[in-house]
Design a protein. Sequence first.
Lengths: 142, 544
Amino acid sequence: MFTKIMVPVDLVHAARLRRALDVAADLGRHYGADVCYVAVTAPTPGPTAHNPQEFAAKLEAFAQGEGAAHGLSVSSHAMISHDPAVDLDDTLLKARKETGADLVVMASHVPGIGEFLVPSHGGKMARHAGVSVMVVREDEAQ
Amino acid sequence: MTDDTTNQGIPEPEGASDIIETDYEIGQDNVEGSVGPFGFDIHNPVFLVSGLSIVAFVFYALALPEQSATLFGWLRPAVTSSFDWFFLLSADFFVLFCLFLIVSPWGSVRLGGQEATPDYSYIGWFAMLFAAGMGIGLMFYGVSEPMSHFSTSFGGTAMEGGARTDWAPLGAAAGDEAESVRLGMAATIFHWGLHPWAIYAIVALALALFTYNKGLPLTIRSAFYPIFGERVWGWTGHVIDTLAVFATLFGLATSLGFGATQANAGLNELFGIPVGSSTEVILITVITAVALVSVVRGLDGGVKVLSEINMGMAFLLLIFVLLVGPTVVLLTGFGASLVAYVEYLPALSNPFGREDVNFSQGWTAFYWAWWISWSPFVGMFIARVSRGRTVREFVVCVLLIPSLVCVLWMSVFGGTAIHQVIADGFTSAQDAPLELKLFKMLGELPLASITSFVGIILVVVFFVTSSDSGSLVIDTITAGGKVDAPVPQRVFWCVFEGAVAIVLLLGGGLAALQAMVISTGLPFTLVLLLMCWAIFKGLQTEAR
């Protein structure tokens, strides 16, 4: 059904994305698909890494960790955006094209960004990605 | 397993740069949360301290207008007349330091590591650094400054009680029309050429080096790591960052206030729109609203696009004036101005024993203080968009090319106005107040109503490009160097800046606070000298 699942992650808030990560892992195992973890960084130093190279290395390590924990075939894809606060959606759409993923599994929105001003990232992805998108709500139980 | 698309566009990490090892984690002092639907991610205490002290100063200027006007009105001339030698000497040093970097072996160090590729094309990069750096000044001073120096030089010197009372540069050129033109153009280019761009280049290079090569956060304090070490993350750094926010916001807000007054005068001249505070408040609101759209659309979708549009329009206006104006005179004037600049440069930049005190203190030292007080803002913005350039490429493009563009601009706009006086006897541009000189000059050329309208639009858009890039810079500093802080935060700074401008415009106090901003040029000159040392030290350990 699916051969490559793209999972956008925020390395700073990875703990808050647990449900989406678990769902992606389950689906990856079920379909025998490669799970590709995608993250976006600015070229400037951030909380995660000093530069894009280090960021990509940390993302790859994160992907390998998920792969080992869930017994998956994994890969990673780091994206640079000049202004991630604004261009996150477009950068993720570009990453979907570059990775050639046929399913996107993502948390409904990146924590900390008001949905009032910036609608949920999952929503935009679902409208424009052209492939299946599964938006996972972290607080569904409530 | 790694797929073949992994890390595309990202250079290999090996030997890329010399990361400074520090336990400080970017964002560790930040407070994250949300007010209603608006998320925030701010540095504690820089955000709060700078925000509150700005409010306090505005309140002071409004509550005690006479006292603040007297204090700051005294402070500015006191700073530029007592320390004129210091400003001139430092600025000369910055130019020499930049020129040294071009020829030094460190010129081949690449910002972002040896393998980094430039984030922006030459056109987009150049448009952005130019629009943030001095676009608006070119609109107002392109005609008026060459005209002013030409007139005073032509008028000759005047002595009273052993001191010069005229404002002519150097020894003037009394009654000599051709020499007055040369001296006037040389003096103007001196103020808009190598020196201001060297000031910007120093700050931008220091920040870019310590951010992209050393891995420190993109805020002013990072450039001081070689000097203060880990203490830059404490109060030393808080003070440096707060001062930078302060100078940037007040510099932008007072320019916005004055700019609205000047744009209003232009609109009155062209369309008879009444001059008054209601028109000016509307102008500030419109400029802020456009800047708001630009910051919400982001660096690539907003700021870069507007800067490129602006560059295109300014270029067309330049070509138009060049073609319909006295083309041959202007083209030979460009070469002649350049020669005059080189010829007069040693005398104009001499910091000691100057006889032309009005010129060297009132013009030169004032300009240097002004450029230096803007340097944290412009420098940080240039740094943000300059990743992937080598030091040599960076200095050439930030120092030499903008200087040449300024020479061209001043020769064409100033040259046309001076030609109108000399050859045609039109003195309307010479006699007009500062804000109208450009429009009076355009008025003598064909299609005046169209070009004047383009002129007004350019004035407004240049303000927008300063305002949006300034909001991004303040937002980054007050978020502790994070460039991905929630969007409502940059909206806040953009609106805050417009609000401060409106309050100062209505309540008075624009002049007082602008004087204060210029006075901050003095401590920042020391800051810049320290930055030169930091750059030198930082480059030593980089791969060449």
